[in-house]
Design a protein around this ligand. Structure first.
Ligand code: ADP
Ligand code: MG
Length: 238
């Protein structure tokens, strides 16, 4: 578990300001959802936390340690994307074990951690299969498994369910929430889907054109929208 702080973070690409100064303190084990329309800067914010984009100004810390210049590999963060990016030629087991192998984790420990994750995610029957032999939901679980075996202190999700059909999306949403609570991993979850945000979030950040219009618990935001934008966005399900 870890605390994560984002303090007055800004991002400029060339001459374009994309993030105009976003701040949030994330408590240990908290599930924060960043919600907003396409292009408002959700992925950019997440990628800065992951270290995949530089921070133009402001500060990001994990457990009080400044992260701005720390390499992605050294941040102890795991990221789950919408296109799971599994290795097609590797088995489920090898996909889940890969990051640990690279990190030099002893074989026995890899086996134990992968087995534990497989059990949690109900993937035990599929460990020998290749990604193409799995359903969309199963592939998403493998991507989750690959992330949790590394025992990250922070979990980042970028629209992880947007490639799934509606029914599966609802089911996986519940699974992600349950797993996150069970593991207690501090999480930032990006979505453009208001319903998903309302369902998953302990607190949500409603983003509008590079700004955080409001941060609060879902019902609080729903009942007392801070801006007209928030009222319109949260009040009208997609
Ligand atoms: P979202 O994830 O909310 O859809 P993004 O963070 O992907 O939004 O993008 C926010 C804005 O930043 C968009 O206008 C996008 O075109 C721009 N942007 C994102 N990445 C880059 C980049 N590498 N170079 C220039 N502009 C970018
Ligand atoms: Mg995005």
């Amino acid at each position: 578990m870890a605390t994560l702080t984002i303090t007055d973070v800004k991002k400029t690409f060339g001459k374009t300001d994309v993030i105009h100064g976003v701040s949030i303190d994330v408590a240990e084990g908290e599930f924060i959802v960043i919600v907003g329309p396409s292009g408002c800067g959700k992925s950019t914010l997440l990628r800065m936390v992951a270290g995949l984009e530089t921070v133009t100004s402001g500060e990001i810390t994990i457990d009080g340690r400044r992260m701005n210049d720390v390499e992605p590999m050294d941040r102890n963060i795991a990221m789950v994307f919408q296109n799971y990016a599994l290795y097609p030629h590797m088995s489920v087991f090898d996909n889940m074990a890969y990051g640990l192998k690279i990190a030099g984790t002893p074989k026995a420990e890899i086996a134990e951690r992968v087995a534990q994750a497989a059990q949690m995610l109900q993937l035990e029957p599929y460990m020998g299969r290749k990604p193409r032999e799995l359903s969309g939901g199963q592939r998403q679980r493998v991507a989750m498994g690959r992330a949790i075996v590394r025992k990250p202190s922070v979990f980042l999700f970028d629209e992880p369910l947007s490639n799934l059909d509606a029914k599966l999306r609802v089911q996986m949403r519940l699974e992600i929430k349950e797993l996150q609570k069970r593991l207690g991993i501090t999480s930032l979850y990006v979505t453009h889907d208001q319903v998903e945000a309302m369902t998953l979030a302990d607190r949500m950040i409603v983003m509008n054109a590079g700004r955080a219009d409001q941060i609060g618990a879902p019902l609080e935001v729903y009942a007392n929208p801070a801006t007209e934008f928030v009222a319109g966005f949260i009040g009208s399900p997609a």
